[in-house]
Structure formats: C-alpha cells, structure tokens
Ligand binder design. Sequence first.
Ligand SMILES: Cc1ncc(C[n+]2csc(CCOP(=O)(O)OP(=O)(O)O)c2C)c(N)n1
Ligand SMILES: [Mg+2]
Length: 249
Amino acid sequence: MTYKDYIKWDRLPTTWCAGCAIGMIFKNLAFVWEKMNLPREELVIVSGIGCSGRAAGYYDVDSVHVTHGRAIPVAEGIKRANERLKVVVFSGDGDLVGIGGNHFIHSSRRDVDITVICINNGIYGMTGGQMAPTTATGQKTLTSPHGTAFAPLNIQALATANPRHFYARASVYQLNQFQSIVREAMAWPGFAFIEVIAFCIENVGRRLGFKNGHEMLFKIKQDYKMNLKPEGLLQPNELGVVKHDNPAR
Ligand SMILES: Cc1ncc(C[n+]2csc(CCOP(=O)(O)OP(=O)(O)O)c2C)c(N)n1
Ligand SMILES: [Mg+2]
C-alpha cells in the first residue's frame, strides 16, 4: 500500500483553491495511513459540510459526506455498529465546533473511539469567509469588517473537560508533527481530537493583505511553537498533545 491507494485520483483536481491549506493536510493524512499499513477496508472517513468537508469524497475508502455539523455523531454510529473499523472525521471548525459543537462535547463525553481531525482556518471558508466561533478576536472578516469583538471558542478547554481525554494542536506548517500526532491519536483507545491550525487565502487572507497561501503558511510558522511535553494545557500559541488516561484524575 502507498498513500496513492487512499486517494481517488480520478476526482482530481479538487475543489480547493490554489494555495489552500487543506490539500496539504489531506495528503499528509494519507502518508500516515501508508506508514500504518492500514487496509482500506478497515478505514472509514466522515466529513461534514465545508471546504474541509469535501475530503470524504476524495479518499478512496468507505466514506460519508454528511449534513452540516453531523460528522461526529455519524462517525460515532459507524464505530458503535462495527468496532473493528478505524473511523476518522475530517472536517472544518465551523462544522465541528460551530453548528456541530453540541455533538462534539457529547461524543467526547461518551469517549467513543474515533479520531477527529478539525481543520481550523478560523472561518466559514466555503460560504465566503464569514466570522466563525473560532475567529480570532479583532480579526476582520466578511461579516466583521471592523474586526470581531468576540473571543474564539476554547476548543482545548472543551476537549479536555472530561477526565479521560486526548486533545492535540497541530499545524499545516509542522506536518511531520501532524503525522506523528495522527498516529498517536488513531492508536488512542477513545475520543481523540486534533485541531489543525490552517488558513484560508481566498476568503480571508486576501482581505487582510496576504498575497498568497505561502505567506499565510509562514505566519503560522512564526506564530506557533511546539511544546513536546506540556505541563497541563497548551498555551494559545503552542502545538502539542494533551492527554489523560486515568479517569480518577
Ligand atoms: C444547516 C446548514 N447551515 C448552513 C450551511 C451553510 N454552510 C455551508 S459550509 C458552512 C461553513 C463551513 O465552515 P467550516 O466547517 O469551517 O469549513 P471550511 O469551509 O472553512 O473548511 C456553512 C455555514 C449549510 N450547508 N447547512
Ligand atoms: Mg473553517
């Protein structure tokens, strides 16, 4: 098996804009499955609606592209029906922690054994760049032309609220780290949530003065640092894994 076996090449080119972050994450995920030597028939991908949510249709494995916000409960249902499957959710921040936020907190509470990969570009990308619950305070968007006054949702706090948890923050720049986190998450026997810091050039970046996706990628490089052994939670600018396996914490 190579990473190429997990991708529907006849569906390419993808719908993603030139310079988009999603394709890099999409491809690196397939690299991980190649390293795991994971049989395609043991893998299921579930995506919701959004640019990130298009991934389900591009992987050459059993996949479901569900209604907006419902990727996590559908993934939970698949896993509960067939425990042998590796079930991976690949979707956006708006989908998973905006409209789907309630499912996120309850599936994590039930600690169902799935891996959730949340492409956090801090925006509703597909619909044109509207402010999302993840948009940084002060950021200008289509629907917050003077900068949003609100604080972004603290995903880490929600994901680590339960005694047993696995939360990781990765980025589209640090892709080797992303790969090792995915391996760890897929081996974790419980709900594993990976927030991948990404960007959207066409519907956010250009309004902010970025010339291309490359410039946004390097902004992530500057803004985020790895913390391989966090004591407690990650700082907002840190990437790493926060996990706790002992229910009697
Ligand atoms: C029930 C419902 N409400 C709203 C929409 C419109 N809609 C489509 S994609 C989207 C946001 C997607 O944002 P995100 O999940 O962050 O994905 P991105 O496009 O940024 O990758 C919205 C609000 C919809 N399709 N269905
Ligand atoms: Mg988004």
